[in-house]
Design a protein around this ligand. Structure first.
Ligand code: GCO
Length: 469
């Protein structure tokens, strides 16, 4: 049955998942032969993350993965987007493999499959081995080959069971924040030229990893990546504002690496956008002959992490002009504007730009969650947020955008990088003192969404009657 005409019902086969990342949930930072990552070193310096938090223990997922997968099964996930800790598998980043580390992912994949949950594997969600960081990390021209070697180890071990691969998570973040403003590991503050050269190496690494997967996967593989979806939307439905919003999403800005096309165009179109070459000028990276042949490996889907966006209107000259949010605008604990239009316009732009199936590889909200006296975690704002964003996503699908799936960020509360444990993004509440997990109301709501394949109105959940429009 074609469900496109039904407002809130998603296409048949739509994939409902949730995501997390190795450093943010695993803990076991030095267990069983694991090597150091740049995030171990960065967060163990108590000046770098909120209140000196670090990921040493995080959610102890390394030891508690079986219970966590059982909770994923209870929610009814079709897929779980996990990531691999590179130094857990290859402690020095290259060379000797840590079989105990690889064994964890082997067991995790088997446990997911036994729960009828499809594992989607992100190869790089920021766990650069510290040993390689000491050799330059992404600044090193060797980094693409380091990443290819690591990818081969993972593909040889897991590709008989894993069929969906994401090469890099958010190059805009790990380069802009890790090498640009220093707020993320490894904490470098480099000029744009170096950030973009590291970015070029990361794009080469994406290409090399894709080549390795295509060459060595043991079952048919689908490959994509998960950049930030940098979203703008028109302040009004005037044609001028719509064009201005598109121009903003298409733009590359001299003082920032947060954009869509500087990253997406090389991967899909095999070149940097002219607008970016002009904007970055002397800061543009050195490109060797054949680089784009490596970077532009055909991929099967375009992932995007979309959380929020900014309203844009056409200025007098028609150029994009940001519209400041009104006083008291709804915002998350991260102070991100609740802006569901970002989901519609962001997916529409990326699909039109790259003509690839789209997956929302991350979307979610950090709320002031805590355990109520009734022993439950009521998170009505996350439920409302999910309804708004998923309705916006469905609008995009109804407009013809080929969106194939949605991964909620995150399956559980976790270490939110420099924000430490201040931010709670999870569908599952984690008591970090006891490591006890509790399904939040939103997890029970997500279960209803998945079961109905629609943005249903939440029934009464827990002991709360969620009355919605
Ligand atoms: C990111 C990362 C996630 C974050 C999430 C909330 O987008 O920064 O992919 O690891 O935790 O997006 O900020």
């Amino acid at each position: 049955m074609d469900t496109r005409n039904n407002n809130d019902t998603f296409p048949n086969e739509f994939l409902w998942g949730a995501a997390a990342a190795s450093y943010q949930i695993e803990g076991a930072w030095n267990a069983d032969g694991k090597g150091l990552s740049v995030w171990d070193v960065f967060s163990q310096n108590d000046k770098n993350c909120w209140l000196g938090h670090n990921g040493n223990d995080a959610c102890d997922h390394y030891n508690r993965y079986k219970g966590d997968v059982e909770l994923m099964r209870e929610i009814g996930l079709g897929a779980y987007r996990m990531s691999i800790s590179w130094p857990r598998v290859i402690p020095d980043g290259t060379g000797t493999i840590n079989k105990a580390g690889l064994g964890f992912y082997d067991r995790l994949v088997d446990t997911l499959l036994a729960a009828n949950i499809e594992p989607w594997v992100t190869l790089y969600h920021w766990d650069m081995p510290y040993a390689l960081d000491l050799k330059g990390g992404w600044l090193s021209a060797q980094s693409p080959e380091w990443f290819a070697e690591y990818t081969q180890v993972i593909v040889d071990a897991l590709s008989d069971r894993v069929s969906h691969w994401i090469t890099l998570n958010e190059p805009q973040c790990f380069l802009g924040l890790g090498y640009g403003n220093g707020s993320h590991a490894p904490g470098m503050k480099l000029e744009m030229g170096k950030v973009l050269q590291a970015g070029h190496n990361a794009l080469l690494a994406h290409g090399r990893a894709t080549q390795v997967i295509r060459a060595r996967a043991k079952i048919p593989a689908k490959v994509g990546w998960a950049p930030v979806g940098v979203c703008y939307f028109p302040a009004t439905d005037s044609e001028a504002d719509r064009q201005a919003a598109y121009a903003a999403m298409s733009g590359v800005y001299a003082d920032s690496n947060f954009n869509n096309r500087w990253w997406g165009d090389p991967v899909v179109h095999g070149q940097y956008p002219e607008e970016g070459l002009r904007a970055y000028g002397k800061s543009c990276p050195r490109v060797e002959p054949g680089d784009f042949d490596i970077i532009q490996q055909p991929i099967d889907f375009y992932g995007c992490n979309i959380y929020h966006g900014m309203a844009i209107k056409a200025g007098e000259d028609g150029r994009p002009k940001p519209v400041a949010p009104h006083h008291g605008f709804p915002h998350t604990h991260m102070l991100w504007k609740v802006s569901p239009d970002a989901m519609y316009w962001g997916t529409k732009f990326l699909y039109e730009q790259y003509q690839l199936p789209v997956y929302i590889t991350e979307n979610g909200i950090s709320c002031h969650d805590w355990m109520s006296l009734d022993g439950q975690v009521h998170d009505p704002q996350r439920i409302d947020y999910m309804q708004r964003y998923l309705k916006s996503l469905k609008r995009s699908i109804d407009d013809g955008v080929d969106v194939r799936g949605y991964f909620h960020w995150s399956i559980m509360d976790n270490f939110e990088w420099a924000e430490g444990y201040k931010q709670r993004f999870g569908l599952i509440y984690v008591d970090y003192e006891t490591q006890e997990r509790t399904l939040k109301d939103s997890a029970l709501y997500y279960r209803e969404i998945i079961a109905s394949n629609s943005v249903c109105s939440p029934s009464s959940i827990g002991n709360m009657d969620y009355i919605t429009a």
